[in-house]
Write a protein that binds this ligand. Structure first.
Ligand SMILES: NC(=O)c1ccc[n+]([C@@H]2O[C@H](COP(=O)([O-])OP(=O)(O)OC[C@H]3O[C@@H](n4cnc5c(N)ncnc54)[C@H](OP(=O)(O)O)[C@@H]3O)[C@@H](O)[C@H]2O)c1
Length: 387
């Protein structure tokens, strides 16, 4: 079965790197991702054939295009088909599929290879060998990779499409961070916590979990539009640019002082930092005693440094997560609409405009999570969900 899908090739990465003379800050991501003809495998008995309706732009495309963490395209043989968050319509099922029927609207998740405890060894559409991502018109996936979309959750179609990757990531970060904090300080001892996250879709959802459970939530972002959206949910905004995005130690000190003011001198019990780089020392300094700093991202750097003595004396815990288990993904999906109310970027991008969407993500000019409309014709079951 033939389809149209976006691909990133090692040659395109190399050509763009040469064009900008190796200066990664000048890379135009739109030059690296391109539409391709793709032959999908013949569906097997456990397979589901999906027509992709909408997808969200995920930051790992940026990492793949820049090859700034690892050159994932090269390590996967020179070409990848990215895209690990989508919403689709079931248009065909294999003989052994019982969980889904033709016509169902489903979400994909990106746990591509669960370990014995359910945690992903590999991510679908990224480092999972032979995985074909979902920035494509059609897809063939096994049924365990799909979750029914909660069409009556109160979210519109674009909001739902924003969540399949980010919501399970946020949910996992949240339940881990809270669980670790509660090993140290019980609910009997302290009920309400101060919770901080920095910018980005995952961080926003993380704070929605905290707020929904009655905690004090703080969002430190450089984007006024994204802060404003969270302030409507009662989450306090802190302008990251007022602290020069933590360019030097003085900025971190000033931020830490502001956090002390906002929290009656206590600091943040839980910090979510998906960015690292200069954000890391700010989150570390803002921590309360017994604090937990949790991360599943490395957008600004892969390596962190900290003073172990300070961390010991403050009883701090630094935790790293990756992505949810299959059961956890189902649990995260239950919170669509009630807890997770994602902020969507102003423009819903057409399929043809996907490369521009990724360049705008790279430029950090989007006012929310970018959504890609993949299908022109939408099934009747979702037409009322399109704003
Ligand atoms: N392990 C996983 O499963 C997983 C899942 C999802 C994401 N991630 C990773 O987590 C990171 C964030 O992803 P996301 O989806 O939450 O983000 P996103 O919605 O794509 O937003 C990116 C955010 O990065 C911030 N940013 C950009 N440049 C910055 C800078 N120079 N200094 C400080 N902040 C800057 C912006 O914050 P402002 O609002 O302050 O401008 C922006 O909101 C990415 O690296 C992604 O690959 C990992």
């Amino acid at each position: 079965m033939k389809t149209r899908a976006y691909a990133i090739t090692a040659e395109a990465i190399e050509a763009e790197k040469n064009r900008v003379g190796g200066d990664l800050s000048q890379v135009d991501v739109a030059n690296v991702i391109a539409l391709d003809d793709l032959e999908l495998r013949d569906p097997g008995p456990r397979d589901v054939h999906l027509k992709i309706l909408a997808a969200s732009g995920e930051h790992n495309v940026d990492h793949a295009a820049l090859a700034d963490t690892i050159n994932i395209t090269e390590s996967r043989g020179g070409k990848i088909y990215p895209g690990n968050s989508a919403l689709g319509e079931v248009v065909g099922i294999g003989s052994e599929v019982t969980k889904f029927e033709v016509g169902d609207i489903v979400l994909t998740h990106c746990n591509g290879d669960p370990d014995p405890f359910g945690f992903p060894l590999r991510i679908w559409g990224y480092d999972m060998p032979d995985s074909i991502g979902w920035y494509a018109k059609d897809a063939v996936v096994e049924d365990w990779q799909l979750v029914k979309a909660p069409l009556d959750c109160g979210l519109d179609l674009w909001q739902m499409a924003a969540l399949p990757l980010r919501a399970p990531t946020a949910y996992h970060l949240w339940r881990r961070a809270l669980g670790i904090y509660r090993v140290k300080v019980t609910r009997e001892q302290q009920s309400i916590l101060n919770v901080l996250s920095f910018g980005g879709g995952v961080g926003e959802l993380f704070l929605m979990n905290a707020k929904a459970e009655g905690h004090n939530a703080f969002f430190c972002s450089g984007s006024p539009a994204r802060r404003e959206a969270l302030e409507k949910l009662g989450i306090v905004g802190i302008d990251q640019k007022a602290f020069n995005r933590f360019a030097d130690k003085g900025d971190v000190k000033a931020f830490s002082g502001e956090v002390k003011k906002l929290t009656d001198g206590v600091g943040m019990h839980i910090v979510c930092d998906m960015l690292r780089g200069p954000v890391w020392p700010a989150g570390f300094a803002a921590s309360a005693r017994q604090g937990v700093n949790v991360s599943a991202g490395w957008q600004l750097s892969q390596v962190i440094e900290y003073n172990s003595t300070v961390a010991s004396v403050k009883q701090l815990t630094i935790d790293h997560t990756h992505y949810e288990t299959l059961i956890g993904i189902e649990a995260a999906t239950e919170m669509y609409g009630s807890v997770y109310k994602p902020t969507i970027h102003d423009e819903v991008y057409a399929f043809e405009d996907l490369p521009r969407a990724f360049e705008e993500m790279h430029q950090n000019t989007q006012t929310g999570i970018p959504i890609l409309r993949i299908a022109d014709d939408m099934p009747a079951s979702v037409k009322h969900l399109i704003p």
